[in-house]
Ligand binder design. Structure first.
Ligand code: BG6
Length: 492
């Protein structure tokens, strides 16, 4: 037993918990007037190579039209999710049994504003989320709420070039105002845009841009315009939250795709530095309140024109976020010889294979030390509280004849990552919480499968949507409960 496992290095009020997203778990896609979201159009594609990200997750105009005309839920698994909409009380009881201090959930914009353009929200949507948050609070679980997790209204995506048109900022601000007014009494911790940096990796889910609809040479500019509009929307939401809900805090949320150079060749060092800087662009704007010079230079060199509204720069500067949250699943490697190297992927990104790291069943490189590195690096850069709001192992689970699920591989994964967080805390990094992704099995974002399971809680449902939706505890359930009870000291 190492020193770390005997004594907790985690702060007393450390927020242990788990993370979900509404579009991947709620289901009830057409209940109570809910409108279609971009997520409701993404399909399960059983015959596609899991490493071919474009084929797995790309979407065409024709596919969107087909989705709009279809009532099917099996081809579109995010429409049924895991039926969290009807089962949240049971699920929250299980999370409370594990000792969760917090639970990350998201609000579906379309449950409040079906097209995003309505003047008034749907009361049924408000009632649902109020009861969800109230139930969490009664169970002693602090809600951590994402306002925009790959769920923009399809209507806006279709009529406003995704986030390309300025009006979308106003629609979003109206939606936020309702959320803060109606849910502010229960929710203290908020996040604006989930993995805002994924705009180029999967624009449809992140900003509602179907690249198939635009000339190739216009897409890059449009994507930058969308992300600028999201930055402004995030700053305005932060301003409004502080005004409407005293004491509440807003975080940004990025994918930390830490990239190593393949070796000490200075050219590889420069390449990895560039990739890391590009990854930091999104949190830099939201935390430091201004565009990094390298991005402005890049636009200048490439003739990219992004429309700034009057006062945007001042808004970004004045209303930066209170804390920085991020997902961390893997690290990447860059090489000037990338073409000649074996590739791996993850989070819809690809890089060179790292010979020192194992990979998951889906080819994602497992790198706990990288989490320590990422935490220290972000602390050095931002000097803000950090929150790991996603981390986990997507794996095949086997249900034994007696119903047990012995997911020791998941326990090993979490043990090493929790040690890695502890190592950063011992270096003085201010880490506030840890919410493993998919704490209950849910539909995969990238592949729309159920087979790719992250949870401590198993859900009886297969890729085709067959199953009872019954919940059962995996071996990792008891293990994580012990971890939380010991505040991260007992990792055995
Ligand atoms: C993150 C997303 O990128 O990774 C989640 O915020 C997603 O929505 C998670 O589910 C894991 O990815 P996947 O594709 O395995 O579900």
């Amino acid at each position: 037993m190492s020193e770390f496992t005997k004594t907790s290095v985690f702060p007393e009020d450390f927020l242990w918990g788990g993370a979900t997203a509404a579009n991947q778990c709620e289901g009830a896609w057409d209940v109570d007037g809910k409108g279609l979201s971009v997520a409701d159009c993404t399909t399960y594609r059983p015959n596609v190579d899991k490493k071919n990200y474009a084929a797995l997750h790309g979407i065409t105009d024709d596919q969107i039209r087909a989705a709009m005309e279809s009532d099917d839920i099996h081809e579109y698994p995010k429409r049924h999710g895991i039926d969290f909409f009807h089962r949240y009380k049971e699920d929250i009881a299980l999370f409370a049994e594990m000792g969760f201090k917090t639970l990350r959930v998201s609000i579906q914009w379309t449950r409040l504003f079906p097209t995003g353009t309505e003047e008034q929200p749907l009361q049924a949507g408000i009632d649902f989320y109020r009861d969800l948050f109230k139930t969490m609070k009664e169970a002693g679980i602090e809600p951590l709420v994402t306002l925009h997790h790959y769920e923009m209204p399809l209507y806006l995506a279709n009529h406003y070039d995704g986030w390309g048109k300025r009006e979308v900022i106003d629609f979003f601000v109206r939606y936020c105002e309702v959320c803060f007014r109606e849910f502010g009494e229960y929710v203290k911790y908020w996040l604006t845009f989930n993995e805002i940096d994924s705009v180029f990796r999967h624009p449809w889910t992140t900003i509602g841009v179907c690249t198939d609809r635009y000339p190739a040479d216009k897409c890059e500019e449009l994507i930058y315009q969308c992300v600028h509009n999201q930055f402004v929307a995030s700053a305005l939401a932060t301003k409004m939250l502080h005004e409407m809900v005293p004491g509440a805090q807003m975080g940004c949320m990025v994918t930390r795709t830490l990239t190593y150079p393949e070796n000490c060749n200075p050219k590889n060092m420069l390449l990895a530095q560039k990739t890391n800087r590009d990854n930091y662009f999104y949190s830099d704007v939201q935390v430091l309140g201004e565009y990094p010079k390298h991005v402005l230079k890049y636009w200048e060199r490439h003739g990219i024109h992004v429309e700034f509204g009057m006062g945007d720069e001042a808004i970004l500067k004045q209303y930066s976020v209170d804390f920085v949250s991020f997902s961390y699943y893997m690290s990447m490697v860059d090489s000037i010889d990338a073409d000649k190297r074996e590739k791996v992927g993850g989070n819809l990104a690809t890089g060179v294979k790292n010979p020192f790291l194992p990979i998951s069943d889906w080819g994602w490189q497992v790198d706990p030390d990288g989490l320590t590195y990422a935490l220290i690096d972000m602390d050095d850069r931002y000097h803000k509280p950090l929150f790991i709001v996603e981390n986990g192992l997507g794996a095949y689970d086997k249900v034994e004849e007696d119903g047990s699920i012995n997911d020791d591989y998941r326990i090993d994964y979490f043990r090493e990552h929790i040690k890695a967080i502890g190592a950063a805390i011992e270096e003085g990094v201010d880490v506030r919480g840890y919410t493993p992704w998919g704490c209950i099995d849910l539909v995969s974002m990238s592949t729309c499968e159920m087979d790719k399971r992250y949870g401590f809680i198993y859900v009886d449902l297969d890729n085709e949507g067959n199953g009872t939706y019954a919940r059962s505890k995996k071996k990792s359930f008891g293990w994580y409960k012990k971890v939380i009870a010991s505040n991260g000291a007992d990792l055995d």
